[in-house]
Write a protein that binds this ligand. Structure first.
Ligand SMILES: [Zn+2]
Length: 68
């Protein structure tokens, strides 16, 4: 699964705020995700993230200045 910074992940489980969409702030061994609904940030292991992802919306290339 190809997940990059700036992508929007749609998870199977929804956040208590009602949003299922999370913005990817950081990738690596752990992902840092920000809830699109309330702005809450979490860190979860990559494996767990990939297991819970239902859909990935790639960031538009305008915003993706991936120089990592
Ligand atoms: Zn939320």
């Amino acid at each position: 699964m190809d997940i990059k910074v700036g992508d929007i992940l749609q998870l199977k489980k929804q956040h208590p705020c009602g949003s299922k969409e999370w913005e990817v702030l950081r990738v690596g061994a752990d992902f840092r995700l920000k809830c699109m609904g309330c702005g809450h940030q979490i860190m979860i292991p990559r494996r767990q993230a990939e297991k819970n992802v239902k859909n990935v919306k790639s960031a538009s290339n305008s915003a993706a200045s991936n120089s990592v």
